[in-house]
Each structure stands twice: as structure tokens, then as C-alpha cells.
Design a protein around this ligand. Structure first.
Ligand SMILES: [Zn+2]
Length: 310
């Protein structure tokens, strides 16, 4: 199973561009054509049930987060080649165009190289000069650390400070997520399934049972309110072990979902637990050779690494 995030094209500029998460659409087509030469494209439901196709390689394409470029740049290719895709959408930024996720704020900072910001953290004031790489990196790392491993309240306060300071230099763009009407249209495509990816994309492992339930269930309900059904699959934010807990697994099981996708690199086997289905996360900087190597050897390298570290 593969996991993409965003698609890019020179004629489709984006203030939140991040080369790691955005796969150039030219590369995407090369990747799909290579996969098509020896794989069967499957839906998640199909890949979770052992088949008797006779072809030994099957692949399911998934996309996380919910950006409009998936419709503008990716969907036409998936439709052209009749490739089924599952799109996992973080619902708050879809519903509220002014909601800027911290990683987009971080990309905005990375793509900007002028301006000074004054921020307070741990009762100390720091002056950040965006023309200075070390300063910019410190600010982006601090945002990331706070959101991944700090208290959500402290993280949000810090983000608001950065937004306030940055707004003094430039009008902040609205987020690049898909809007509800476009999402409904995409749901009508023959090749596209849509699933939830929480409301705000938090590190679920840091949240209480109640907060996790709210994040997951409200994103399901937000999609249902747009008429998107059935909802069978879920993808965990960040996808890694550290971003979910036993409680998370209890909740997704109790909601009766068919399965959940991680980004723990690996192949899907008949005995793969359906609540922990691994995916190979595609890096936008890979050329076709790197892509082939990661798809063929990536899961093998990871298995070997974990075996050697025992
Ligand atoms: Zn995500």
C-alpha cells in the first residue's frame, strides 16, 4: 500500500509547498505506469481480502490530509488510468479555510526569507530573523516539537503568536485544503473513496480517551454530513507507533471500521492486522529510480533493521 500527501506542478504554485510531501505530477505518472506494468491496482477492501488473481503483486494507492491539489493534479491521472484511490481527509481545515495547520505555517516560514518575529516561550522572549537559516529552523523545530510532544494548549498558543507576528509582515493566505463542495464532487468519482483522518491531525497518543474519540468520531461525522458514505477505513495522523496508543486501537475497533492505515513501512500480508495496515510513504523528492528501490527494497530494509536491532 502506498501513501501520498500532495501533488505539485510548476504551473500550480502553492505558498505551503513542501518538497517532501508534494510529489510532482510528472513523477506520479511515471510511478503509476511502472506499477501498472506488473501490479494490479486494488481498493483497500480488496487488498485486505486475499485474492486469487494469479498476479503476485497488488497495490492500493492512498492519499492523506486533504489538499485541493489532489483533485486538480492527481485525480485526472487516476481517472485516466482507472486507478482506485482512497483519500483520507483531515476535516477541520476543510470546513474552515482560515484554519492553518502547524505544518503549513512551518512551510510558509520555510518559503519566506525576510522579516523579524518576536515570540515568547518558557517566559523568555526570542527575536527570530527569518533571513537567518538557524533562526528559521529553530522556530520550525519548536512548532513541530510542541505539536508532536508538548501540551496541545501550549502548542496552540505558540502557533497563534507566530501567526500574529507573521501577519505584521504579510497577509496570511487561506489554507490549500479542499473545500466541502469539491470534496463532495470528488466523492462522486468512480475511482475515489474518501475516509477520515481526524479533525485536527493531532498526535493521538498525547490525548485522553475522550479527546481521541472526539477527534476520530467528529471527522467521521463531518464527512457523513457532506453525504460521504460509507466510511470503512481510517488513517492515523503521522502513522507512526508514537502517534497512537492502545486506547486509539480500542476506539477504532469500537467504531466498527473495517481497517486503519499506518505509515509503518511494509507490505500487506493475509495475516496483517486490519487495524495496523502498513504503507510505504512516498517522498516527493524521489525520482523514479528511488521510487522503484523504495517500493521493492524499502519494506525489506526496515524488516532487516528491526531484526538487527533485536
Ligand atoms: Zn496526515
Amino acid at each position: 500500500m502506498l501513501c501520498y500527501h500532495r501533488f505539485s506542478h510548476a504551473g500550480h504554485p502553492d505558498p505551503f509547498h513542501n518538497p517532501v510531501t508534494a510529489t510532482p505530477v510528472k513523477e506520479l505518472e511515471k510511478q503509476l505506469l511502472w506499477l501498472k506494468s506488473f501490479c494490479l491496482f486494488r481498493t483497500l477492501d480488496e487488498i485486505a481480502t486475499p485474492s486469487s488473481s494469479g498476479k503476485s503483486w497488488e497495490v492500493a494507492i492512498t492519499i492523506d490530509d486533504g489538499y485541493q491539489d489532489v483533485i486538480d493534479l492527481g485525480l485526472p491521472l487516476f481517472e485516466k488510468h482507472k486507478i482506485p484511490v482512497s483519500w483520507f481527509v483531515t476535516t477541520d481545515p476543510v470546513i474552515n479555510p482560515d484554519y492553518l495547520p502547524w505544518w503549513d505555517l512551518s512551510s510558509l516560514l520555510a518559503n519566506r526569507n525576510t522579516g523579524k518575529l518576536r515570540v515568547n516561550i518558557d517566559e523568555r522572549t526570542k527575536l527570530i530573523d527569518l533571513s537567518n537559516n538557524a533562526d528559521s529552523r529553530w522556530l520550525r523545530n519548536t512548532l513541530r516539537e510542541l505539536f508532536l510532544f508538548g501540551s496541545p494548549n501550549k502548542a496552540n498558543k505558540f502557533k497563534q503568536q507566530v501567526i500574529r507576528e507573521l501577519s505584521k509582515h504579510t497577509a496570511l493566505p487561506r489554507n490549500s485544503f479542499v473545500r466541502p463542495d469539491n470534496l463532495k464532487k470528488a466523492a462522486a468519482s468512480d475511482v475515489m473513496d474518501i475516509g477520515p483522518h481526524t479533525c485536527t491531525h493531532p498526535n493521538l497518543a498525547r490525548l485522553s480517551h475522550e479527546e481521541q474519540t472526539q477527534e476520530i468520531l467528529s471527522s467521521i461525522n463531518a464527512l457523513k454530513a457532506m453525504g460521504i458514505e460509507p466510511i470503512n477505513w481510517f488513517s492515523y495522523p503521522f502513522g507512526k507507533d508514537w502517534a497512537r496508543s492502545e486506547t486509539t486501537l480500542e476506539i477504532v475497533r469500537s467504531l466498527g471500521l473495517k481497517g486503519c492505515a499506518t505509515t509503518g513501512t511494509g507490505y500487506v500480508y493475509p495475516d496483517t492486522p486490519s487495524y495496523l495496515v502498513p504503507r510505504i510513504s512516498v517522498d516527493g523528492r524521489w525520482d523514479i529510480r528511488a521510487f522503484k528501490a523504495r517500493v521493492v527494497f524499502g519494506p525489506l530494509t526496515d524488516t532487516l533493521k528491526s531484526f538487527l536491532s533485536r
